[in-house]
Ligand binder design. Structure first.
Ligand SMILES: *[C@@H]1O[C@H](CO)[C@@H](O)[C@H](O)[C@H]1NC(C)=O
Length: 257
């Protein structure tokens, strides 16, 4: 049997303490060097990424570049329908809409209504713009937006007409305040109304469709409506161009001075 030796711990010599301290110090020094290097690498990476120092970029940006289209940073628009998407056929159910709110709210509301008309298999009548709540303006849809472009851009998605057909002008309409942030299934249920009515009048267009959990093709339709179909009318577009050119000229003149 081997007897285990019993060693009394010897008090460490001052020399050993010094050596230990040096080792500990060297260890921390290495850790420090390692982290500093990592930090610099990260910092370099961040500088290469586009969103990081936008401000300093703007500061250095020459005026000419400022008026160019912004870089896309690799982001792509998601307006194309999926392969499952079917072109719209015409429906003899009609949906009339009164948009409410300011211009921006009306734009998103109109895009929602395009999607709702698609879900409900309805033909959409060009929406009426708000003239009462705080948009104190008598402009019609075609004063603000390029109506023909709107109809044509969305022709594969929803049939859109300028006016309700004459023979339907006086038929009783279902007048609906659709629930805010409703889902697709809500509108699918609402198609029950077609059993009794040929025309549904939507009294408000704002926030009538949920932002999440909608089928991909419905979200993309919204994007198409908002970013492709809803273009300002030619007079507003050209006025906008004049304004931005004026600003660009002023900026250039200012830059040269
Ligand atoms: C809309 O029409 C299509 C094609 O006829 C049909 O498959 C779909 O169920 C209809 N949608 C609703 C909500 O009724």
């Amino acid at each position: 049997m081997v007897q285990r030796g019993y060693h009394r711990p010897r008090p460490p010599s001052p020399h050993a303490i010094k050596l230990n301290l040096i080792l500990i110090f060297a260890f921390f020094f290495l850790v420090f060097i390692f982290y500093t290097r990592q930090w610099h690498l990260l910092d370099d990476q961040r500088k290469q990424q586009p969103f990081s120092d936008e401000h300093s970029q703007t500061d250095r940006m020459p005026d000419a570049e400022l008026w160019d289209a912004p870089p896309s940073y690799g982001l792509r628009s998601c307006v194309k329908p999926t392969s499952r998407y079917k072109a719209a056929t015409g429906w003899d159910h009609y949906m009339t809409v009164r948009s409410n709110g300011g211009l921006n709210q009306m734009r998103t509301g109109i895009a929602d209504m395009v999607a709702v008309a698609r879900i409900m298999n309805a033909t959409l009548v060009i929406p009426q713009l708000d003239k009462r709540s705080f948009w104190h303006d008598s402009s019609t849809f075609s004063d603000i937006f390029d109506e023909l472009h709107f109809i044509e851009t969305l022709q594969e998605d929803v049939k859109i007409v300028k006016e309700l057909p004459q023979e339907l002008a006086n038929v009783p309409r279902a007048r609906k305040h659709f629930t805010s942030w409703a889902s697709t299934s809500y509108y699918e249920d609402m198609t029950q109304l077609w059993k009794e009515y040929q025309v549904i009048h939507v009294a408000k267009s704002d926030s009538r469709l949920a932002n999440n959990d909608l089928p991909l093709d419905i979200q993309r339709l919204r994007c198409r409506a908002l970013y492709h179909a809803l273009r300002f009318s030619p007079p507003i577009e050209s006025f906008g161009k004049v304004l931005s050119m004026h600003d660009a000229d002023t900026a250039e003149a200012g830059g040269a001075a």
